[in-house]
Design a protein around this ligand. Structure first.
Ligand SMILES: [Zn+2]
Length: 413
């Protein structure tokens, strides 16, 4: 899927990460972005080279991360024009790689290593002898001890992708409740790797949320915000922070599930709420997979504050849990009329994005990309219309039961 340069998916989380100001990324017209045209791997398990063809010279920075072994290349925002299957198959030390936007103004290539490797060279070469400008990354095999020692020595923590909010938030006098929609994944994190390349999970859920946002706004009853509105990566903690900072009254995270071949053929939508212990083993492994988004996009999760919940009191959590379950139940009821449901449509597990202690939160898995009919539905306009209508209904019922706009804004001012 093409990377969009424009858009207002700004997310800054002053609450969680302090207001440390980095220089504002340079804004350029989308048409003026450097283009990464092609990518190649060469070499073997001892030495592997990655080459990226560029239409002009850019500054890049490469660093390694452990657990799992990865090499990250950060660069200014570029427009990736790689072939669709680029990165799926590795070579030598490289198992696979992904790429995409990690913030407005910043792109990234995330390389999965099969074993520890040393970055021997990172260089962008001038165009010469009919060759375009080229990014060259040389990797050499090493052992774990050397790898870990190099990390410790080179311990300048990589810049965390910090997406800036293009419009500073004003204190709103709008008393309508705020619904935050959270399309999963984005940028180098495509979502489940079992989805077809032309319909990645990140695109399916973004389209769904954009339509849902329009419909919710049309009711005039709510304010709506999205954690991303384009193909940008947003860290899990930032998604929660985004909703908390804006004092959301409801948080809806949207994903699509997948099942490995040989694990049967599950189908239908499922609504998840937060629980420490998962309702079943499949829910536990799904939460584990969804919680890996930060790793996939090249964050060092060891350095991340992942628990945003521990500062808050139990009472808020208990109230939030009740409301989350109430909404989940309503949503199951409405979605039933619009789409196929999983045989156990209400489940729970420990999803990081559901951990806001004071915001009713659910995670919707729209269906299984590995099920033919589900995939056909999720990529169809007609289905999307029906399914988003059902969510709008459920949101209406949820707020009606609580008195629209009366409880949250007043109580939380
Ligand atoms: Zn997902």
């Amino acid at each position: 899927m093409a990377m969009h340069a424009a858009g207002a998916a700004g997310v800054i989380c002053a609450l969680l990460f302090g207001a440390a100001a980095a220089p504002a990324p340079e804004t350029r017209a989308p048409g003026d972005l450097p283009v990464a045209r092609d990518v190649r791997l060469a070499g073997d398990e001892a030495k592997t080279r990655l080459v990226v063809d560029l239409d002009r010279k850019i500054e890049v920075r490469a660093f390694a991360l452990a657990n799992p072994y990865r090499v990250i290349i950060d660069m200014p925002q570029v427009s990736f024009a790689f072939p669709d299957s680029a990165g799926e198959k590795g070579r030598g030390l490289v198992k696979a790689f992904r790429y995409g936007l990690v913030m407005q103004g910043g792109s990234r290539i995330v390389i999965d290593l099969g074993k520890p490797a040393k970055i021997e060279r990172t260089q962008v070469l001038d165009p010469a002898n009919g060759q375009p400008a080229r990014l060259v990354l040389d990797l050499a095999a090493t052992d774990r001890d050397t790898f870990m020692r190099a990390l410790a020595l080179n311990n300048r923590a990589p810049d965390r992708p910090r997406v800036r909010d293009p419009e500073p938030k004003e204190e709103t006098t709008d008393a309508r409740p705020l619904v935050v929609l959270d399309p999963g994944h984005g940028g180098p994190d495509h979502g489940t790797r079992l989805a077809p390349t032309d319909s990645p999970e990140k695109a399916i859920v973004l389209e769904f949320c954009l339509l849902l946002r329009d419909k919710l706004e049309k009711t005039g009853k709510y304010r709506v915000a999205m954690t991303r509105t384009d193909d940008t990566f947003v860290a899990l903690a930032d998604r929660v922070g985004f909703a908390r900072e804006r004092k959301a009254a409801l948080f809806i995270s949207v994903h699509a599930d997948a099942l490995e071949r040989g694990d049967g053929d599950a189908q239908g939508a499922t609504i998840y709420t937060l629980s420490e212990t998962a309702s079943d083993p499949a829910a536990a492994s799904l939460a584990e997979a969804e919680n890996r988004a930060d790793v996939i996009a090249g964050l060092d999760i060891a350095a991340e504050a992942t628990d945003v919940a521990d500062i808050l009191i139990d009472l808020a959590k208990r109230e939030t849990k009740t409301f989350s379950l109430q909404f989940a139940r309503t949503l199951v009821g409405e979605l039933r009329n619009a789409t196929r449901m999983h045989k156990e449509p209400m489940r729970s597990a420990s999803f990081v994005v559901l951990k806001a202690p004071d915001i009713p939160s659910v995670l919707v898995e729209l269906g299984y990309v590995t099920n033919r009919q589900d995939l056909k539905s999720m990529t169809s306009e007609a289905w999307r219309t029906k399914a988003t209508d059902a969510v709008v209904q459920a949101v209406g019922t949820f707020f009606n039961a609580r008195g629209v706009g009366a409880i949250r804004p007043a109580a939380r001012k």
